[in-house]
Design a protein around this ligand. Structure first.
Ligand code: NAP
Length: 269
């Protein structure tokens, strides 16, 4: 039985073991995928021990995505560009790093019929997930990406890395922005239970709003989006399944059918 794992802290809440077990059952693959608790100080040694025990692949989540990138001998283009790694694959004695978050978001948007080509996007946040989302949306043909972040310098750095069609905006200036097609919340503010202040003018109703987080952490943003009149308001559970499917395909060379796994998680949410 081959070994896989997700590393992070906290990690006991992770749905990844369930998702990968469901994919493996569907495709008749025998694997052991478990959650391993490791903070930043313990991650390198925990990953080395996992490799010694036969670990073939790993996902990494908060707060390890940047540390993971430093432990890889090779990075995919998309991981290098967004500066974060969520998927590690063992190649001989080395780890190869990839980032499947961006493609996970695009696939979930597509599943819901949300167009990304030619659209105006407001991106809230400039951390690892925001960067993955931003590059994926730019590659998918978004016409304009406006980045707003609590720490303005990080938003500026992301806009510069993206080049055109990206720029930054502060909260006051957002009030004067015309309507966005999609608003993506890639902040982790919901995890801290912070009050979410809707940033757009009352008449600037976006078509679709997407929060990368899910469960209670997405509640405030989605409620604000619906109150603002957004036609579609989605949480990141679908992205979680889709980014996992991309990791699974990288490791096993075959893509699972995500539809029954979306249904399974929604039924339990
Ligand atoms: P990260 O690198 O730590 O970035 C966090 C971002 O949130 C930063 O832009 C930070 O702003 C902002 N932020 C944090 N607290 C805030 C607050 N109280 N008010 C306003 N902004 C705040 O985290 P990440 O890896 O990008 O993850 C971001 C979110 O995406 C998390 O909720 C995570 O669970 C979710 N996610 C979901 C998936 C999925 O598959 N669905 C995948 C990846 C991530 P500063 O720069 O000012 O600190």
């Amino acid at each position: 039985m081959t070994r896989y794992a997700v590393f992070g802290q906290p990690i006991s809440h992770s749905l990844s073991p369930r998702i990968h077990a469901a994919f493996a059952a569907q495709l008749g693959i025998d694997l052991d995928y478990r959650a391993i608790e490791a903070g930043r100080g313990a991650f390198a040694s925990a990953l080395a021990a996992f490799a010694r025990d036969g670990g073939r692949g790993a996902n990494v989540t908060l707060p390890l995505k940047q540390d993971a990138s430093a432990l890889c001998s090779e990075l995919s283009d998309r991981a290098r560009r967004c500066g974060s790694v969520n998927t590690l694959a063992r190649a001989g004695d080395e780890w190869h790093g990839d980032s499947t978050d961006g493609i996970g978001l695009l696939r979930d948007l597509a599943r819901h019929g949300i167009e990304t080509r030619g659209v105006r996007v407001l991106l809230l946040g400039a951390g690892g997930a925001a960067r993955a989302a931003a590059f994926a949306l730019a590659d998918a043909g978004a016409r304009e990406l406006v980045v707003m972040n609590r720490t303005a310098t990080r938003a500026q750095a992301l806009a510069v890395a993206l080049g055109t069609p990206a720029r930054t905006c502060d909260r006051d200036a957002l009030q004067r922005e015309p309507t966005f097609d999609i608003v993506v919340n890639a902040t982790s503010a919901g995890h801290a239970g912070d009050v979410f202040a809707w940033p757009l003018a009352a008449e600037a109703t976006p078509t679709a709003c997407y929060d990368l987080s899910y469960g209670g952490a997405a509640r405030a943003f989605l409620a604000a989006a619906r109150a603002a009149g957004a036609r579609v308001a989605l949480d990141g559970l679908g992205m979680l399944v889709e980014q996992a499917a991309e990791s699974f395909a990288l490791w096993h060379g075959c893509a699972p059918d995500t539809t029954p796994v979306h249904a399974l998680l929604r039924a339990e949410a």
